[in-house]
Design a protein around this ligand. Sequence first.
Ligand SMILES: NC(=O)c1ccc[n+]([C@@H]2O[C@H](COP(=O)([O-])OP(=O)(O)OC[C@H]3O[C@@H](n4cnc5c(N)ncnc54)[C@H](O)[C@@H]3O)[C@@H](O)[C@H]2O)c1
Length: 448
Amino acid sequence: MGTEEQGVQKNAAALAIAPATGKLGVMVVGLGAVATTMIAGVEAIRQGLAKPIGSLTQMGTIRLGKRADNTSPLIQDFVPLAKLKDVVFTGWDIFEDNVYESAAHAKVLDEKTLAQLKPYLETIKPLPAVFDQFYVKRLHGTHVKTGKNKLDLANQVRADIQNFRKTVDRVVMIWAASTEIFLEQTAVHQSIEAFEAGLEANDPGIAPSQIYAYAALSEGVPFANGAPNLTVDFPAMVELSKRNAAPICGKDFKTGQTLMKTILAPAFKARLLGVKGWFSTNILGNRDGEVLDDPQSFKTKEESKLGSLDYIFQPELYPDLYKDIFHKIRINYYPPRGDDKEAWDNIDIFGWLGYPMQIKVNFLCRDSILAAPIALDLVLFLDLAKRTPSLRSIGIQEWLSFYLKSPQSAPGLYPEHDLFIQSMKLKNTLRHIMGADLITHLGLEYYD
Ligand SMILES: NC(=O)c1ccc[n+]([C@@H]2O[C@H](COP(=O)([O-])OP(=O)(O)OC[C@H]3O[C@@H](n4cnc5c(N)ncnc54)[C@H](O)[C@@H]3O)[C@@H](O)[C@H]2O)c1
């Protein structure tokens, strides 16, 4: 294909994406530590008080063409993303605190920063939530909707979306609420019809997060899940997502320890270093830590965190290296640390002739500081997916696995956990939708 032809094709692909004109409405479920840190951060950036560190959509670049071309625009200049100035927030919570009060309670951002942002943050007041303590044992909600059954509650959330939609041009929803108890798929999750009957019959397999997600997808609104709950990862939701052109992705923000795991594990595998055991422990003192102190919510988190190593190491392909890894994860609620989580990893590895070695990782992180840019990027990329003809009706956006502890993939396909493959997949998807050449890193042409 000649350069001119390629040029024409590029324009056609890029032109097919609807522009990000007008306001993007972001509906956040749960206005706690992560959500308020994201919202306050976006406002601080809009006011020129801070930089969007950690956000690929705001600071990342993308290489186009050959290395010798030296063409690496900002991602936000390459794909038509909503601008931060056009983002409008609203949300739900089980407490009445406005975003300023909730951010002050979370104690992630300092008082001086919050005081500067107070006039704006005070204006965002939560809508009453869909909540049931059966699904989050440690919380007692006071600001909650009542309805005759779960379908009625879903319809109330749909009404909230419809009202908000009158004030903005497009809407995206993100779950940044507490981790629910561990639920497994049942018959009610297998089709849209079964799910809708289950809503009406108050099926116990339908948790509040599923009610919000059902409302969003029914309204054609993309949905991201920042927690490890069973929410959109079952056939009924995938079907609804495709039917209503409402993109979804995996779940559970990949922030601290799992981020490190999905960086280190691919390196061990690339160098064929074996692993005998991986012990991960955390102390965490925020409300998330308190919720995860309940064994049923912890189980949900544990399942999400455990998955990555098995998929990355592929023990069936490398039995001598990874067959019997002892993988253990602990989360301990320790209030003095608040949002400043501390994570320790002990990794027992082995090398040439089986000689053992150890690696220790001690990550003193800030949970919500790591999660906020992820939440923002997911929202902006899901809005892009909704405006992109080749993405909007495919359901699962596997290219967003980069951000998630539990990536979602097509039935029968294993999820991709390796951060570097995820990053390449994300950037190649952006090149693809813009009609640009994919980058394979072959590079032999430089040596012709
Ligand atoms: N911070 C991270 O690094 C990180 C990483 C991965 C996942 N997560 C997940 O993100 C979620 C949010 O974390 P956080 O630290 O902000 O927790 P948080 O406890 O500070 O905030 C959660 C908020 O959700 C509200 N809530 C609970 N159930 C609700 C419902 N049904 N509807 C509306 N609101 C509801 C709570 O009142 C609270 O304000 C948690 O599930 C956490 O496990 C966080």
